[in-house]
Unconditional design. Structure first.
Length: 718
């Protein structure tokens, strides 16, 4: 005689209490069941639920359930019957979202007693009632020992289902109620709050949340600075459009532009051939909440009352699967796309969960995304990870477009405002000089009205141009504030590292001397000399590297003066010598014998040379030294008006980025690089009214960087 496999009531308890992380997840499963039943309206009511003993009700006007569906579906745990054949779709054509048949247990287990009343549309005038007593089930030896009667009665009520969970085991506290309300408000997406499936809730705070989130949608989105729309087709090809505040498609990216992992630190970074994910559409509304934004952004300044609170509720990118939102993606504290971490690298142009709202819609007709058993989103399989990658690449592309625009504006604006300020100062000086040269007669005041008018006009222009220059420099401040923090930290660590490194060197040399006296010479040479010499060399290297940032940050180097470019090249090469020697990199100095001075600071010139050296050295270390000689050539040429500095290397050249892109912040192919080194070089050169150029391949085969600076007047006079 055979025996069936049975299971203990403890299994259901574990499903209800442990499998689903939050009680609102379980209630949301009942709402999803209403959606699958073609309901147009679903209502949730909490009665005295703040404390144990209250009740919770979920009712809908859907298709209802027949007695067979109750017995073979609702009471059959772990089977949903929604994942195969024609049953994947409801009668109205909705793609059903229920998958495992486990989620509803979490809601049903919230209380000790459950009453299900359902009226199937296929049997007008009929209602079936099912009661579940969990205390009775929990006291049984096995779940299948308890049977449930399904009662039938006549009714005049329309089709639908009503589930009441009574005698709640725990109070449905304020935090749970708020999570539930937020989940319900966002269930179908604020962009379309009046869709064909409406959920209402009688719960603390729900009405206010609904009022504050849904109603202001059009009002607040009208203040958007940028709106990203990205699409992924069924073939895994991406396309994106970045709309500006006026709704114009300002930037458009095809697959080769969008499908690039811009965080991958590799010189041979290439676009992803295709994303192995279901077709999707991403839409992100980005807001500018910076009260100090420049004048060009005044039309999107976000002093609108209520916007920050609105974003606090909606902020982040929410995932919608087959029309309904999936938790926890976009919940408070759930940054599933890592946009906050990415924003840390470039805070001015990237969205975060505090200043943007986004939706990622996916239908997934082939069931590529697999819901987790605990209903907390999807399993991290390849399709889901590829979907994440698509969204991240689209956001990165949008950030890069904004960065390119900002940098073009910033660089041009700084130069333009400085020229305007210089011209205004010249005009004011000329006006003052003209007024001073005028000799008044006995009947004239000290200055003619025309002189006074000219001086006033020139003074106003000086003030206006200086104000514009300050506005332009404010954007530079945002960029370099991060660098100042890094520089300060580096200097502190360097200073604290020098003395320990020196002590280690001294101690190792002492150990070497004592060992040589204490052991046989042959034993010392074969066993101890090699490791000791390597250790001493390493300690010397640490000491040298600790000195490097301190030398670069020396105060005396920040005074404006006529600086000899050749000397700066020689001194910087000496600072890097040990670093380069350890990597078998040869530095060749081809310096002009003629005077090559520039009016600047030593720190500026050393910053230029050190950044170019560091970049070239990193490039060379990516190629095995046995395949190609590692050479960096620093050369200078000067004449009466200009000094040209060129840094060439024998590496593979500029790859993975276009030559003009390497100057932009955040663009880097270095592991753990900041992408700011060459931006610093570019800005210093711009400040000195010079010129910069990058070539993919120079005379040595690798990259070639050329810097042209105006010679100082002293050099020109010489």
């Amino acid at each position: 005689m055979g025996h069936p496999l049975r299971f203990s009531p403890h299994v259901l308890r574990r499903i209800g209490e442990e499998l689903v992380q939050h009680p609102d997840y379980g209630i949301m499963e009942l709402v999803r069941n209403a959606y699958d039943a073609d309901a147009r309206h679903c209502r949730i009511t909490l009665s005295d639920a703040a404390e144990p003993g209250g009740s919770m009700e979920v009712s809908d006007n859907g298709e209802g359930m027949t007695v067979d569906q109750l017995a073979s579906g609702f009471l059959l745990i772990g089977s949903s019957g929604k994942t195969s054949g024609t049953n994947r779709y409801s009668k109205s054509g909705r793609r059903k979202v229920g998958e495992k048949g486990l989620g509803r247990i979490a809601a049903l287990r919230l209380g000790r007693r459950v009453c299900v009343q359902t009226r199937p549309a296929s049997e007008p005038g009929t209602e079936y009632t099912l009661d579940i007593d969990w205390d009775r089930i929990d006291s049984a030896h096995a779940v299948e020992d308890i049977t449930h009667d399904i009662r039938r009665r006549q009714t005049a009520e329309p089709p639908g289902t009503r589930i009441v969970v009574r005698d709640l085991r725990d109070g449905f506290g304020e935090a749970h109620a708020e999570r539930l309300a937020r989940g319900l408000v966002l269930l179908c997406g604020p962009p379309n709050p009046q869709g064909d499936f409406v959920v209402t809730c009688d719960a603390p705070g729900y009405a206010a949340l609904e009022r504050n989130v849904l109603r202001p949608w059009e009002k607040f989105t009208s203040f958007v600075e940028y709106r990203l729309v990205a699409e992924l087709d069924a073939d895994g090809q991406a396309r994106a459009v970045l709309h500006n505040w006026a709704g114009e498609g300002e930037f458009t990216g095809e697959h080769g532009d969008v499908a690039v992992d811009r965080t991958a630190r590799t010189r041979w970074r290439q676009p992803v051939t295709q994303f192995h994910a279901p077709a999707a559409r991403l839409e992100v509304w980005m807001f500018n909440l910076n009260p100090g934004a420049s004048a060009e952004l005044r039309h999107v300044q976000q002093d609108t009352p209520g916007l920050r609170d609105w974003l606090r509720e909606l902020g982040g990118v929410h995932l919608f699967h087959r029309g309904l939102r999936v938790q926890p993606y976009g919940d408070r504290g759930d940054d599933w796309l890592g946009i906050n971490l990415r924003r840390a690298a470039s805070p001015e142009v990237r969205p975060s969960t505090n200043n943007s709202f986004g939706c990622l819609w996916v239908d997934d007709p082939e069931d590529l995304l697999l819901p987790k058993t605990d209903r907390s989103g999807f399993a991290d399989n390849t399709p889901f990870l590829e979907l994440q990658a698509f969204a991240r690449c689209a956001l990165d592309w949008a950030a890069q477009m904004r960065m390119d625009k900002r940098e073009a504006r910033r660089v041009g604006r700084v130069r333009k405002t400085r020229d305007r300020a210089a011209a205004a100062e010249d005009e004011l000086n000329q006006a003052l000089e003209a007024a001073g040269q005028h000799t008044p007669t006995l009947f004239e005041s000290d200055a003619l009205p025309s002189d006074v008018a000219r001086i006033k006009l020139a003074a106003r222009e000086v003030v206006a141009s200086k104000q514009e220059e300050i506005e332009a420099l404010r954007e530079d401040l945002l960029l370099y504030r991060t660098l100042a923090t890094v520089g300060t930290s580096t200097a502190v660590f360097a200073h604290e590292s020098m003395q320990p490194a020196a002590r280690i060197t001294t101690l190792l040399k002492s150990v070497r001397t004592r060992l040589r006296k204490a052991v046989d010479e042959t034993l010392f040479v074969t066993k101890f000399e090699g490791p000791l010499e390597t250790s001493i060399s390493s300690a010397d290297t640490v000491h040298t590297f600790a000195r490097l940032p301190l030398d670069l940050l020396a105060k005396r180097k920040r005074r404006p003066e006529d600086v000899d470019v050749d000397s700066a090249c020689e001194e910087t090469a000496k600072l890097f010598k040990r670093y380069l020697d350890l990597r078998n990199i040869e530095v060749q100095l081809h310096l002009d014998s003629r005077p090559s001075t520039v009016r600047t600071t030593i720190a500026d010139l050393e910053s230029i040379v050190s950044n170019l050296l560091a970049n070239a050295a990193h490039t060379l270390t990516q190629v095995p030294s046995e395949q190609r000689a590692r050479v960096i050539r620093i050369s200078t040429q000067s004449n009466e008006s200009t000094v040209v500095l060129a840094v060439d290397d024998s590496g593979p050249g500029i790859t993975g980025l276009k030559p003009h892109e390497i100057w932009q912040p955040g663009r880097t192919t270095r592991d753990n690089g900041t992408g700011l080194g060459l931006t610093i070089v570019r800005d210093i050169v711009a400040d000195l009214r010079g010129r910069h150029e990058a070539k993919e391949n120079g005379e040595l085969g690798g990259a070639s960087i050329v810097i042209e600076l105006p010679a100082s007047k002293a050099a020109a006079g010489h």
